[in-house]
Design a protein around this ligand. Structure first.
Ligand SMILES: [Zn+2]
Length: 294
């Protein structure tokens, strides 16, 4: 009797263990979905919303995920009204992350106003300095709020809500061209990805290609307003985007975007959207696909 009982007990225990294992397996397959590239990513809820603001010849991008928000660059000094009005229209009170891609005034021009006006979490800026009044205003606004500039490291990741932001560049600390200091960030949301390149030039692109970084993204913010010194064919092949966004001013004196880059994008079958033609561009991801609201 006793031995029979214990056999029965063993049987029911193994049944329980089996049920637990099946439950765990079901949970894991639910939480992780297989991506095309074999990478496993968490399922996400809600949306990732990316706003490429029309700030003329400059960059300013606002990214929202759930209640979290990030701003990458803040146009020229003259764009502060446009940027603040846009942020207020979204009801954003706090930026969890502020990224100044590099020192140039068409990227950090109105960042001092953004820092003064809203609650700020972490500020990312490359190891770069300048003697310009714009840079001084930016740095003063950061220290007046008791904040510090955080120099990102390639490969470093942080979460914006459920979106995973990974630093792709800059790798080096001594670049001749200021643009190569640009912080490049890839944001992965579910199975979709966006890449933001600042004004990174060919050298930075080469460094990104040399590493074992996964550069693939659905949406590429075209570097340096479409200048021919960026967006090499090799880089484009690695990112392999569906959409390319060019943040550029109408009739700008630099001749941006260049015919060469427009040709490279067209030749690769990438759909191009430009702030000088379409105004502010909004792209939404549900974690599965991206939709452009223009
Ligand atoms: Zn620029």
């Amino acid at each position: 009797m006793l031995s029979q009982k214990s056999k029965k007990g063993k049987k029911s225990w193994s049944a329980i263990v089996l049920i637990i294992l099946i439950t765990i397996a079901a949970y894991i397959s639910n939480v992780f979905s297989e991506q095309d590239n074999g990478q496993k990513t968490s399922n996400v809820s809600g949306e990732l919303k990316v706003h490429y603001l029309d700030v003329g010849q400059g960059d300013s991008i606002i990214i929202q995920q759930g209640s979290a928000a990030m701003i990458i660059d803040a146009g020229n000094p003259g764009d502060k009204g446009t940027i603040v009005r846009y942020i207020d229209s979204l009801g954003i009170k706090k930026f969890d992350f502020v990224v100044g891609t590099h020192v140039h005034a068409d990227h950090i021009g109105s960042m001092d106003t953004v820092i003064k006006t809203y609650e700020i979490g972490k500020v990312y800026f490359p190891k770069q300095t300048s003697t310009t009044a714009t840079f001084k205003r930016f740095v003063d606004a950061v220290s007046a709020k008791g904040l510090k500039l955080h120099v990102p490291v390639v490969g470093e990741s942080f979460l914006l809500g459920e979106a995973v932001c990974t630093v792709m560049s800059p790798k080096g600390e001594n670049y001749k061209n200021s643009n190569d200091y640009s912080i490049v960030i890839k944001i992965q949301f579910g199975n979709t990805a966006f890449i933001f390149t600042g004004d990174a030039e060919e050298l930075s692109e080469r460094e990104m290609l040399q590493g074992d970084l996964d550069l693939r993204a659905n949406v590429l913010k075209v570097s340096h307003h479409g200048s021919k010194s960026s967006t090499t064919e090799e880089f484009l092949r690695s990112v392999n985007p569906e959409y390319a966004i060019i943040s550029v001013g109408k009739d700008n004196r630099y001749g941006h975007p260049s015919e060469e880059v427009l040709y490279r994008l067209k030749n690769a079958g990438i759909k191009v959207y430009r702030t000088d033609e379409q105004g502010t561009i909004i792209i939404v991801s549900d974690g599965k696909e991206v939709t452009i609201n223009k």
